[in-house]
Design a protein around this ligand. Structure first.
Ligand SMILES: [Zn+2]
Length: 340
């Protein structure tokens, strides 16, 4: 099969790789219908995470089950499935509490590289969610978005305790931030403030449900959010970047007693204890337990209530994956979809 491999910073090649096979009896092998480049792949691509050997890339996927191991009972060949970047048994005490991305048996699905024509998925029964049937082609980008960016934005909103009567602010206008806006609307937020400086992203945020746009960043952005909330700050703030500035912007935009849901992978974030102490802000975040939300998200996509696939503004054949990375690295694209 063909698959994307990162050889060195900024050197992505799509090459011939071994077909994945069932290794454990709980595995499935799926034929990928669509995959994509993640903002987090750029940490490797830019050389910020060191790449020491050729590394298969990609951890977002959906497709049709080709083969299952002897102990797989609920997932069957021919089903169209979506799963998260962490495989989980969905039955241990941590999974049952809703934290499948910390499952005691978790495995990183992306180890096999989902930017490929096929993928081995461990713990298939616990990890994969089947759609009611084979989806129409136009639903595939949205189902793919559920695999990571929608699920991550959704967790950010849930961790920030978004709900009816609440004002929500979202820091970050990448795919995750934009889909946190969509999730906040689905969860019934009254008012949604998207923080973005880019016109095309502001527009999409508004289409996803943002009621206000704040273009300022840092302390000025915080002041603007306070202006919009009677000087109090938002009830719920989603942090979807992962830098020191964005994290402090999120915490300072939250009113006392409010909640921050942080889903940007932190790079060099150092929180000041004393400021946190006096802020009275709840902090909750981490790698999103996407599996918790998959049934609900897939259902809303299937019924065409939501269209998260609109975050893909570039579609390329898998063989042109390198251009997808370049376009996202240069911020020419929000998110690149790859068709095997
Ligand atoms: Zn588990």
């Amino acid at each position: 099969m063909r698959g994307a491999v990162l050889h060195a910073p900024r050197d992505v090649r799509v090459e011939q790789r071994n077909d994945p096979a069932i290794i454990a009896p709980t595995d499935a092998v799926i034929r990928i219908a669509a995959t994509c480049v993640c903002g987090s792949d750029l940490w490797d691509y830019r050389g910020i995470n060191r790449v020491t050997e050729p590394t298969p890339m990609g951890h977002e996927y959906c497709g049709v089950v080709e083969e299952v191991g002897s102990e797989v009972t609920t997932i069957t060949p021919g089903q169209f499935v979506i799963g998260s970047f962490f495989a989980s048994d969905n039955s241990c005490p941590i999974c049952r509490a809703g934290y499948q991305s910390s499952c005691v048996h978790r495995e990183f699905v992306g180890a096999g590289g989902a930017q490929a024509q096929a993928l081995r998925v461990p713990l298939a029964d616990g990890t994969l969610v089947a759609t009611p049937g084979i989806p129409d082609d136009d639903l595939i980008p949205s189902l793919l978005a559920a695999s990571d960016v929608l699920g991550t934005g959704w967790f950010g909103a849930v961790a920030a305790e978004v709900g009816p009567g609440k004002t929500v602010a979202v820091v970050g206008d990448g795919a995750v931030g934009l889909l946190a806006v969509l999730a906040a609307r689905q969860l019934g937020a009254d008012r949604i403030i998207a923080m973005s400086r880019h016109e095309s992203r502001q527009k999409l945020a508004q289409e996803f449900g943002a009621t206000d746009i704040v273009t300022e960043r840092g302390d000025e952005g915080v002041a603007k959010v306070r202006d919009l909330t009677d000087g109090l700050g938002a009830h719920s703030v989603v942090e979807a970047v992962g830098t020191q500035e964005s994290m402090m912007q999120a915490i300072r935009s939250t009113r006392p007693g409010g909640h921050v849901g942080y889903v940007g992978v932190p790079h060099g974030v150092d929180l000041p204890g004393e400021e946190l102490f006096y802020s009275h802000v709840h902090l909750h975040g981490g790698p999103a337990p996407v599996r918790r939300f998959l049934p609900e998200m897939v259902d809303a996509i299937w019924k065409r209530e939501i269209d998260p696939g609109r975050v893909f503004d570039l579609t390329l054949p898998l063989d042109e994956a390198a251009e997808g990375y370049r376009a996202m690295d240069e911020r020419r694209a929000v998110k690149a979809l790859l068709l095997p």
